[in-house]
Design a protein around this ligand. Structure first.
Ligand code: GTP
Length: 599
């Protein structure tokens, strides 16, 4: 296909604004897939994506479209995820595109992720085609949405704005025409040395690493000798082809094309998304500025519910498929051997947990998530030096600490005017500090500084419920700032349980410890004897409860039993108490879930 007849584009939108539905329509109109195949949203084929209705891994599909001008065009659609935690994948998809459809739901208008994704597309230098979706809905506010889009940037103030219903298909043919006429064709030279960008990769145990790539210059054939420019690894092309959206082998890929490549490389660490592929014989002079996978920000312990080995294998496979998820081995006294997992956010953690279950049948126990702290020690030779702590168990004793800093985010919340008071009340409850308020018609944009450690499930669901589902959030890392945090230890039967160690903000300590021990009272599995549970901060017991014994004290006075029977029972209970000193306390997932519910 000639370059002038190719378009490589992404669809960017806020979550649930209809990307997958539009992607399906495009594939249906161009007959890329049959109506039957589309009965399930095809691009979202991971089970978790179906459960959450959220796209997690970006997918790509080539569509052939005969335009009104009589020519056949190759429209390569690159699907992008819509959730805050997955900006990394959006960036990869955008780097492989020349244009982007900015899809906005007419019933909700411009939302935080609409703006965040638009900014990424602007940085990638893409041409933006704005499209208003869901015009069939009775709640559609088309004129207001159009006004909001026009205010986003000077180009959009002038751009044609299409109105569609991805659900009924109304306006979709016009979108295809606009892709052809409004979005640019790729530039590049087939004769130039090969220069291709890896924008996604998966590992196959038989075929090795399979990459999705976009060719900017040159061409590719089977058996070509290629090189990964960052890792310097060379390899032969085992197979190449296009995504329809299934992998379909072809004989060549040329500048401007999007497709896949089977590398045969068995070590996934050598193949990095963002790396440049070139030819060994005619290498390109200038690789792409490779981008690194983002650093995980949220950490949690991952422990086997059944056996360690199966968990380990499943986790290793998942890290290959998702480079932003990282693991390292750790051992807990209470939970045995396991791993510390690093995630892009709470939602990412939840997705990984579900993928483990759905794709590998592995149940995992997760401890309470935490962020990375920088601990400046009192005795440090260099005051700028600090200890990086992402496991609360490693948090030094308070007597050794000079001060601690924690990650702070800039959070942008967009919410309807009538919900602003409630949203502000709750965000401040989660230690948000208001930086700016901007009026955008009926929507208000609030800009906060907020500790990353406060952004948990509760914050998201609180934000949604106080705004009747309308508030939207996007976040960006700002800096590390001094934080008044302390380590909270839990002692059961007077001995510390390492899996129940947390870092908390000091002002929260009195209330939180009370609530924590009360929760533990009802979730820690009972024994035949009462178990004291204490919450300890800086050497002081701030709260205490007794987990009641499994059975009432059979030796108590008012029981109608013979003396000798009572004595026998007492002996047995004493024996149990002594065993308890070894502290083999069980910690099921419910214990950690209960703690997550604390506010
Ligand atoms: P993520 O992948 O989670 O970011 O969502 P998405 O943007 O892909 O949204 P999706 O296509 O899953 O659509 C979200 C919901 O909106 C679904 O329930 C769709 O049926 C519905 N929807 C999509 N387009 C339209 C439309 O044109 N009209 C109406 N009424 N509903 C629509």
């Amino acid at each position: 296909m000639e370059l002038t007849h190719i378009r490589n584009f992404s669809i960017i939108a806020h979550i649930d604004h209809g990307k997958s539905t539009l992607a399906d329509q495009i594939m249906a109109v161009t007959q890329t897939v049959s109506a039957r195949q589309l009965s399930d949203q095809l691009l979202d084929d991971l089970t978790v994506e179906k459960n959450h209705g959220v796209t997690v891994k970006a997918r790509t599909a080539r569509n052939l479209y005969q335009a009104d001008d009589g020519h056949v065009y190759e429209l390569n659609l690159i699907d992008t995820p819509g959730h805050v935690d997955f900006n990394y994948e959006v960036e990869k998809s955008l780097a492989a595109s020349d244009g982007a459809i900015l899809l906005v739901d007419a019933t909700q208008g411009v939302q935080a992720q609409t703006v965040a994704n638009l900014r990424l597309a602007e940085q990638a230098g893409l041409v933006i085609l704005p499209v208003i979706n869901k015009i069939d809905s009775v709640n559609a506010q088309i004129a207001a949405t159009e006004k909001q889009i026009r205010q986003l940037n000077p180009e959009l103030a002038q751009a044609p704005i299409l109105q569609i219903s991805a659900k009924t298909g109304q306006g979709v043919p016009e979108v295809l025409e606009a892709i052809v006429h409004y979005l640019p064709a790729p530039q590049g030279q087939v004769q130039a040395p090969l220069k291709a960008l890896i924008f996604d990769s998966v590992y196959d145990p038989f075929k090795g690493v399979i990459v999705n790539l976009r060719l900017f210059d040159g061409q590719l054939q089977q058996n070509d000798q290629l090189q990964l420019m960052a890792s310097q690894k060379t390899f032969h092309v085992h197979e190449l082809g296009i995504l329809t959206p299934d992998r379909t082998p072809t004989t060549t890929l040329k500048a401007g094309d999007v497709g896949y490549l089977i590398t045969g490389i068995k070590d996934p660490q050598q193949v990095r998304v963002g790396d440049t592929i070139t030819s060994v014989n005619h290498p390109t002079a200038q690789p792409f500025p490779g981008y690194q996978p983002p650093k995980p920000t949220v950490f949690t312990g991952l422990y086997p519910v059944k056996d360690y080995k199966t968990l380990k294998e499943a986790l290793q496979k998942l890290t290959l498929n998702d480079p932003s998820f990282q693991i390292s081995p750790e051992t807990s006294d209470a939970l045995g051997p396991g791993f510390r997992g690093g995630f892009l956010g709470i939602f990412h953690l939840q997705i990984i947990k579900e993928r483990l279950l759905n794709e590998f049948g592995v149940e995992v126990l997760t401890t309470v998530p935490n962020v990375t702290y920088h601990v400046h020690l009192a005795e440090a030779a260099d005051p700028k030096q600090f200890l990086t702590v992402n496991n609360p168990v490693r948090f030094p004793d308070f007597s050794q600490i000079n001060y601690v800093t924690e990650p702070i985010l800039r959070a942008t919340i967009v919410t309807p005017e009538n919900t602003v008071n409630n949203v502000m009340k709750w965000t401040e409850h989660y230690k948000g500090v208001l930086m700016d308020i901007q009026n955008q018609g009926q929507l208000i944009k609030l800009i906060y500084k907020i500790p990353l450690s406060e952004l948990d499930y509760n914050f998201f669901s609180r934000l949604k419920s106080t705004s009747h589902g309308y508030a939207s959030l996007s976040t960006k890392f700002l800096d590390y700032e001094p934080a008044d945090v302390v380590r909270l230890d839990v002692r059961v039967n007077y001995s510390r349980v390492d899996a129940l160690t947390f870092i908390i903000h000091r002002p929260d300590a009195p209330q939180l410890t009370q609530k924590l021990v009360t929760k533990l009272k009802y979730t820690i599995p009972r024994r035949l004897y009462p178990m004291p549970v204490q919450a300890v901060v800086e050497g002081k017991v701030l709260a205490r409860v007794d987990v009641p014994p499994l059975r009432k004290n059979a030796a108590a006075n008012n029981e109608k039993r013979s003396i000798s029977k009572k004595q026998a029972l007492l002996r047995r209970q004493n024996l149990n108490k002594r065993q308890a000193a070894h502290n083999d306390i069980e910690l099921p997932q419910e214990v950690f879930n209960a703690i997550l519910d604390l506010e």
